[in-house]
Design a protein around this ligand. Structure first.
Ligand code: SF4
Ligand code: SF4
Length: 245
């Protein structure tokens, strides 16, 4: 019995069959794409990526070379804690040792020991606040980064606005942050701060500094590629709005 003549598409399929079954052309095509990206990444140049901090070099590699390069954290990101310094005396924390952060902490990773400022302290700046934390310790390994301590603090004395997360360490003890490690960053002032109100202390010139300690202005120094600059929007807590070349 005679077979009907094959349709043209069927002929094509038969012709391609061996090629498809060996995968060789597709294999070579894939290798070509890989090679193209390899040489482009090795020798090409790239635009500065506005979403990456501390961008280095001009390589076209899109992978962020962490930790040398970092991606900008989104607004509201909760980073590593810091104890906010007092504006009238930046060596002292704003913390008044009220224990509210330690009480609310669901991971129970904050340990505080309160002490009283000496009333005979010749430094009048100390006496405007009665209590201070003799010890203030956060175990960053136990912390679940919920931010409740920041919300609970009545004095804006603890923040998570460092723009970095807890760095890697070799020992567990190194993750236990005490006052010398926590007390950092720009001081903050509020109109209700006692050194603006009570006599006997020298009131600093009041500039409200609540919202300008985020990425780009506070602890995280932007290292942009040469010839680039950012514009900072001070009305918004995470501040980079425009990127220029
Ligand atoms: S972020 Fe949450 S878990 Fe971490 S110290 Fe604050 S309250 Fe505790
Ligand atoms: S950091 Fe704030 S909430 Fe915690 S003890 Fe100090 S003042 Fe109280």
């Amino acid at each position: 019995m005679d077979h009907p003549p094959a349709l043209p598409e069927e002929n094509d399929r038969n012709a391609n069959d061996l090629r498809e079954r060996t995968f060789l052309p597709e294999l070579l095509k894939g290798l070509g794409i890989t090679a193209r990206h390899f040489w482009k990444n090795l020798f090409g140049t790239r635009d500065a990526n506005v979403h990456v901090l501390d961008r280095k070099g001009d390589s076209l590699v899109t992978t962020v070379q962490y930790p040398e390069e970092k991606v900008l954290y989104p607004p509201g990101y909760r980073g590593l804690h810091r104890l906010v310094p007092r504006e009238d005396d930046p060596a002292k924390p704003r913390c008044v040792a009220c224990y509210m952060c330690a009480t609310i902490c669901p991971a129970q990773c904050i340990y505080i020991e309160a002490a009283e400022y000496e009333t005979t302290d010749p430094s009048t700046a100390s006496r405007v606040i009665e209590k201070f934390p003799k010890q203030f310790v956060i175990d960053e390994l136990r912390c679940i980064v919920c931010g409740l301590c920041v919300d609970a603090c009545p004095k804006d004395a603890i923040r998570m606005d460092t723009g970095v997360h807890t760095p890697s360490e070799y020992t567990r003890q190194d993750f236990v942050y005490d006052i010398p490690k926590l007390l950092r960053g720009p001081p903050v002032s509020h109109p209700s701060d006692p050194w603006f109100k009570r006599g006997g202390s020298e009131a600093p010139e009041h500039v409200h500094k609540e919202a300008h300690t985020r990425i780009g202005e506070g602890l995280v120094q932007l290292k942009l590629p040469q010839g680039h600059r950012v514009e900072v929007d001070r009305s918004h807590p995470v501040a980079i709005t425009k990127f220029y070349k």
